[in-house]
Design a protein around this ligand. Structure first.
Ligand code: CP
Ligand code: NVA
Length: 329
């Protein structure tokens, strides 16, 4: 498998074999790190740029730690620290950064921006999250599911909440590619884009995956292997949408009742950050306005024995390391 020089923009661009290769490589690099095997000579002397037009804890730290583990230097551009888009076009920025760096991570708004960046950069571009997709999260998630459930093929993943945004879209694509069954369980106003569903169903025909959309929690949760949710309001969306999201998604909160309807050894996943208590400023603000102490997931489920969210978060680093290694080495 040779992925050198490739961009990593969305999993629609990758074959099932390539995706599985990246999951395998993540596991291998994770084992190396756990065994104290240093890899700092591997990409020594290379430089990468991290562009974040939205905030981040996991993705930024994963890129930085992974880069350092591989011997690379990192330049971080925060949402206010560059000229991108405001004073300088994406194409010009790409051509400048492509002359200085060996790879570029981009987190921002529309998918077309990261695609444009990749078109002009001349070095690998990695999508660190757009409104439409979050592909680095997918390699981590699949590694985590594999660690807990063995094989991926034939497993049923149910996604609750905003199924038309980056996490829902990415999970649907990934499940289709890897022969997993994907159910989006949510208010129909938040079903994924019809064209993307069509594309995924076509892929699913080849891989044996089943893609379903439903408003019914009971049928969705029945024999689910993975229950997955994400925040109800994503980065960059206005505060004013909280009320309509709470109205739409409260019936799709992942709580004990939902967990009890799933298969006995099902796991709970969340890309994080999550609103499961009142220990965040936004969580408290929503509580004051709407009286809800927990949002997309209850504290009981989040902190409970089925929750694998911190394994999942750790795997962000190992999988981002694998993605950079595969595309740069
Ligand atoms: N899951 C995830 O992408 O987290 P950050 O927003 O903290 O990077
Ligand atoms: N849907 C979330 C994912 C965060 C990792 C967001 O875009 O804010």
């Amino acid at each position: 498998m040779n992925l050198k020089g490739r961009n990593f923009l969305k999993l629609l661009d990758y074959t099932p074999e390539e995706i599985n290769y990246l999951i395998d490589l993540s596991a291998e690099l994770k084992a190396k790190k756990k065994n104290g095997i240093l890899m700092t000579k591997e990409l020594e002397g290379k430089n990468i740029a991290l562009i974040f037009e939205k905030t981040s804890t996991r993705t930024r730290c994963s890129f930085e730690v992974a880069a350092h583990d591989l011997g690379m230097q990192v330049t971080y551009l925060d949402p206010s620290a560059s000229q991108i888009g405001r004073k300088e076009s994406i194409a010009d920025t790409a051509r400048v950064l492509g002359r200085m760096f060996d790879g570029i991570e981009y987190r921002g708004y529309g998918q077309e921006i990261v695609e444009e960046l990749a078109k002009h950069a001349g070095v690998p571009v990695w999508n660190g999250l757009t409104n439409e997709f979050h592909p680095t999260q997918m390699i981590a998630d699949m590694l985590t599911i594999r660690e807990h459930k063995g094989d991926l093929e034939g497993k049923k993943l149910v996604y609750f909440g905003d199924a038309r945004y980056n996490m829902g879209n990415s999970l649907m694509v990934t499940c289709a590619k890897l022969g997993m069954n994907y159910t989006a369980c949510t208010n129909r106003a938040y079903f994924p884009d019809k064209e993307l569903v069509k594309t995924c169903k076509t892929i699913a025909e080849e891989t044996g995956s089943v893609i379903e959309l439903t408003e019914d929690v009971k049928t969705a949760a029945a024999d689910a292997d993975v229950l997955y949710t994400d925040v109800w309001v994503s980065m960059g969306e206005p505060e004013s949408v909280w009320k309509e999201r709470i109205d739409a998604f409260l019936p799709y909160q992942v709580n004990k009742e939902v967990l009890d309807q799933a298969s006995k050894d099902c796991v709970f996943m969340h890309c994080l950050p999550a609103f499961h208590d009142l220990k965040t400023a936004i969580g408290r603000d929503v509580y004051e306005k709407f009286g809800l102490k927990e949002l997309e997931v209850t504290d009981e489920v989040f902190e409970g024995p089925r929750s694998i969210v911190f394994d999942e978060a750790e795997n962000r680093m190992h999988s981002i390391k694998a993605i950079m290694y595969a595309t740069l080495k």
